[in-house]
Design a protein around this ligand. Structure first.
Ligand code: GDP
Length: 396
C-alpha cells in the first residue's frame, strides 16, 4: 500500500470518531512565527516532506500527486498524530497575518475549538496577540501557549539560563493577565495557562525543537540541557531529542478539547436558538444522527471543482448528493456535490462526514461566508461573525 493510501485510510477512520479530533487554529502577532510553526508541524507529522517545510509550498513531492493535478488549499490542513498509543486527527485552520487578519481570525475561530497562541520570546505579547486572544475567548475557543524564538533569547540576547526562565515566566504571566482581564470565569475554570500542567511549551519553530514540562519528564531532557545545547548551536540534536511537532501536538491532544466536549459549551455562545429543540440538542451533543447544521467559514475557488465552501459541521452527517438549505435564502435547496475533508494540505473526497469535523463541500451555490447550512427547512442561524480589530482594553 502506498504511503498516501495508508494516510487516507487513517484519516477516514479517525473522522468518524469525534473524541479523536482536535480542531485548532494557530494565532499570533505578525512575525512571531505562525507560518514557520505550521509548516514544521505538518512536516513533523509526516504530512509534507521535511525539505519543503519552510518554503510554504505545502506540497508533497510525490510525483503521483503532481501528475494528478491536485489543488492545494493551504488555509486548511490536517494531520494525524499519535499520543498515548492512539491516533488523533488534528485539523488546523490557518489565520493569515495580513492586514485583513481580524476578519480571517474570526472566521477561523468559529470553526475551531482550541488555539495555539504563539508569542515571540524576545518581543513578548503585542497588540495583535491581545486581539487574537480576545477573539478566541469570545468564541469559546480554549488557548494553549507556545513561546517561540527561544533560540534568539539564548544566542542573540545572550541571557543566562536563570534569566531565560524569568523572561519566559513573565510572558506566561502577561498572557494570563490578558485572559483574566478578558474573561475571569474562563480563567478560574481552568483556562489559566500553567507550564507545570503542560499548557505552555517553549522552543524554536525555526530550528524545529520545543520543550514542555510533561515532555521534559518523558524525555529526560531538562531545561539546563536545552539551554546548553542551544547555546552550543546543537540545533539538530535538540530537534531530535525534543521535536517541535511531537511536543506541540502532544499539548494540543492533551489540553485542547475534542468537538463533543467543546460543543457542549460553544453552542451556547455561537447560537441563540432553542437549546431544547432537536437541532439545539443535537449540536450540543455533536450528534451525527441529528439534523445537519454547518457554518460556512470560508469559500475558495478550486479550478477542478469550482467553489468550495469550508466550514464547521456542528450536527448531523453530510452525504454526497444530499439536499440542504441555506438559511435566509427562501427555502431553495442546494445539492451537496462533493463532500471532502483535508489530509495534509490536500482535500480528499468522502461519501459522508459526521458532526465535529471541518468539512469542505461543493454544490452550495447560495452559500456565502457566514451562512448556516442545514437539512431543516427552517433553523435559527448561527450568530454572525463579528470581529474586533482594535484591543478594547489594555491590561498592564
Ligand atoms: P508569521 O508572520 O507569524 O507567520 O511569522 P513567520 O513564520 O513568517 O516568521 C517571521 C520571521 O521569524 C521569519 O524570518 C522566520 O524565519 C523567523 N522565525 C520564526 N520562528 C523563529 C524561531 O524560532 N527562531 C528564530 N531565530 N527566528 C524565527
Amino acid at each position: 500500500m502506498t504511503r498516501r493510501k495508508k494516510m487516507v485510510e487513517r484519516v477516514t477512520e479517525l473522522m468518524d470518531k469525534p473524541q479523536r479530533i482536535r480542531n485548532i487554529g494557530i494565532v499570533a502577532h505578525i512575525d512571531h512565527g505562525k507560518t514557520t510553526l505550521s509548516d514544521n508541524l505538518l512536516a513533523g507529522a509526516g504530512m509534507i516532506s521535511e525539505e519543503l517545510a519552510g518554503h510554504q509550498l505545502f506540497m508533497d513531492s510525490d510525483a503521483e500527486e503532481q501528475a494528478r493535478g491536485i489543488t492545494i488549499d493551504a488555509s486548511n490542513v490536517s494531520m494525524v498524530h499519535e499520543y498515548g498509543g492512539e491516533e488523533y486527527l488534528i485539523n488546523m485552520i490557518d489565520t493569515p497575518g495580513h492586514v485583513d487578519f481580524g476578519g480571517d481570525v474570526t472566521r477561523a475561530m468559529r470553526a475551531v475549538d482550541g488555539a495555539v497562541v504563539v508569542v515571540d520570546a524576545v518581543e513578548g505579547t503585542m497588540p495583535q496577540t491581545e486581539t487574537v486572544l480576545r477573539q478566541a475567548l469570545k468564541e469559546g475557543v480554549k488557548p494553549v501557549l507556545f513561546i517561540n524564538k527561544v533560540d534568539r533569547l539564548i544566542n542573540e540576547i545572550k541571557v543566562d539560563s536563570t534569566e531565560m526562565q524569568i523572561r519566559l515566566g513573565r510572558v506566561i504571566d502577561k498572557v494570563n493577565k490578558l485572559i483574566k482581564g478578558m474573561n475571569e470565569k474562563m480563567y478560574n475554570d481552568g483556562w489559566k495557562l500553567d507550564a507545570a500542567k503542560g499548557t505552555v511549551a517553549f522552543g524554536s519553530a525555526l530550528y524545529n525543537w520545543a520543550v514542555s514540562v510533561p515532555y521534559m519528564k518523558k524525555s529526560g531532557v531538562n531545561f539546563q540541557e536545552v539551554y546548553d545545547r542551544c547555546r552550543a548551536g546543537e540545533m539538530k540534536a535538540l530537534a531530535k531529542s525534543s521535536p517541535l511537532a511531537e511536543v506541540l501536538l502532544d499539548m494540543v491532544v492533551k489540553h485542547l478539547p475534542d468537538p463533543i466536549d467543546a460543543q457542549d459549551r460553544r453552542v451556547h455562545i455561537i447560537w441563540h436558538g432553542d437549546y431544547e429543540s432537536e437541532v439545539g440538542k443535537s449540536m450540543i451533543n455533536c450528534d451525527p444522527n441529528g439534523p445537519i447544521a454547518m457554518m460556512v467559514t470560508d469559500i475558495s475557488f478550486d479550478p477542478h471543482a469550482g467553489e468550495v465552501a469550508t466550514g464547521r459541521l456542528f450536527s448531523g452527517t453530510l452525504r454526497r448528493g444530499g439536499e440542504v438549505y441555506i438559511s435566509g435564502t427562501a427555502g431553495k435547496s442546494n445539492r451537496l456535490q462533493q463532500v471532502g475533508i483535508f489530509m495534509g494540505p490536500e482535500r480528499i473526497e468522502v461519501e459522508s462526514l459526521c458532526a465535529g469535523n471541518i468539512a469542505a463541500v461543493t454544490g452550495l451555490r447560495d452559500a456565502i461566508v457566514g451562512s448556516t447550512v442545514t437539512s431543516l427547512m427552517e433553523m435559527t442561524p448561527f450568530e454572525s461573525l463579528q470581529h474586533y480589530s482594535e484591543p478594547v482594553m489594555t491590561v498592564a
